[in-house]
Write a protein that binds this ligand. Structure first.
Ligand SMILES: [Fe+2]
Length: 395
């Protein structure tokens, strides 16, 4: 083979393998970039191997390991090579969750709100399994809302969901609109009386040209996750970015791995962006490139016909490609300010034995002094009204 041909063929092979790698890993846009690397759910603390698939590691320092559960019934697996004492905190656990441990000689659990401090005596060369179970899951209720930001509006939505009897909240993304919002959101999540599972929003991923996905994944939760409670399966699906190809990235891998299970009688997907925008001339939906039809076909494969989403700061219900979209994006209750009366609503899901999930809307009733995000309204209300409201609202 001539040298020139060899170089041409080698170059084509490099380009082809690079393209195959890129398509397999997936591209995110905007702004264009490769899919994020997966975070490990396994690490070594001294000589103890810790597996935490159902929780993110928020912090690990000299003092204390700290995890945040992203499902109601998380499991941990520990393997200590030598005998030692080990303690860690798990946050975001229902006060009803009960711990079962196998393999440890001594276990002490201290409950403080939604946080559990677990102290263990580990025997060398033994495996320890910890699992929290929520008993009596035949009847329960959840709330779903998105687009709260991280400040007082989020605090109110949490309080209101608990008042309405929710056992947990599905947050539909965008708790980051301002530089201080991740810190405020953490504070609100830590003070919540009920667990919150958050789907990543576009502002949580990237805002004002700055990438925040690192903060999301180390403080709030994973990009995609699932859990089943009382025969109902919940799928947390990342629609913070567009993906190319539609089935690529961690989202594609996560969804393709899911199988139908005969013990699941209903499946609810929750995410940030809806499959369709019901407003004329507006396109706040999941996006093009075949993503919507791919996602719809995958949800139908999993017998999931209800998708809960935010992103649109309003309330709507729309059937699209056989998937019923509930849009619950009134977490800032902006429409309350525009109309100067309480109109915003929060979505509630009720679970009763042998039934599919029943949905209804409940008034959000956000007090006026909880509003903070007036800037969003500068183009929607008159300058006079904007100035008047700005003078009486905090922030
Ligand atoms: Fe959004």
């Amino acid at each position: 083979m001539k040298r020139r041909h060899f170089i041409q063929i080698s170059s084509l092979a490099v380009v082809a393998s690079g393209t195959a790698y890129t398509l397999n890993r997936g591209l995110r846009f905007p702004s264009l970039g490769l899919e994020l690397p997966e975070l490990s759910s396994n690490f070594l603390d001294r000589d103890t191997n810790i597996t935490h698939q159902d929780a993110i590691l928020v912090r690990s320092d000299e003092q204390q390991m700290h995890f945040r559960a992203n499902v109601p019934e998380p499991k941990f697996r520990l393997y200590a090579n030598t005998a030692r004492k080990l303690s860690f905190i798990v946050e975001n656990l229902s006060t009803k969750a009960q711990l079962a441990v196998t393999g440890a000689s001594t276990v002490n659990e201290t409950i403080s709100g939604l946080q559990r401090l677990v102290e263990l005596d580990l025997t060398g060369g033994s495996e320890v399994l910890l699992q929290w179970d929520v008993p009596s899951t035949k009847n329960f209720r959840f709330a779903a809302i998105g687009d709260t930001g991280g400040g007082p509006e989020l605090g109110w939505c949490i309080r209101r969901a608990a008042e309405l009897g929710a056992d947990f909240i599905l947050h539909l993304g965008d708790l980051n609109y301002r530089p201080e919002d991740y810190d405020l959101a953490r504070e609100n999540l830590l003070n919540s009386p009920i667990p919150i599972y958050v789907s990543i929003g576009n502002h949580d991923y990237r805002d004002g040209g700055i990438y925040f996905h690192g903060r999301f994944r180390t403080l709030i939760g994973p990009l995609n996750s699932e859990f089943t409670l009382g025969g109902i399966r919940f799928l947390n699906i990342d629609t913070a970015s567009d993906f190319f190809p539609a089935s690529s990235g961690q989202r594609g891998k996560f969804i393709r791995r899911l199988q139908i299970n005969k013990n699941i009688r209903d499946t609810i997907a929750f995410t940030h962006r809806p499959m369709a925008d019901p407003r004329l001339g507006s396109a706040h939906d999941i996006g093009g490139g075949g993503q919507i039809s791919w996602l719809a076909s995958q949800l139908k494969r999993l017998n999931c016909t209800n998708l809960l989403a935010g992103h649109i700061h309003s309330k709507a219900e729309i059937d699209h490609e056989g998937i019923f979209n509930f849009i619950a994006g009134q977490g800032l209750a902006i429409e309350d300010i525009i109309s100067e009366q309480s109109v915003a609503e929060i979505l509630m899901g009720n679970i009763t034995p042998n039934e599919m999930v029943q949905f209804h809307w409940a008034p959000l009733l956000m007090p006026f002094n909880y509003h903070r995000n007036l800037e969003d309204l500068s183009t929607q209300i008159s300058p006079e009204k904007f100035a008047r409201l700005k003078s009486i609202l905090p922030g």
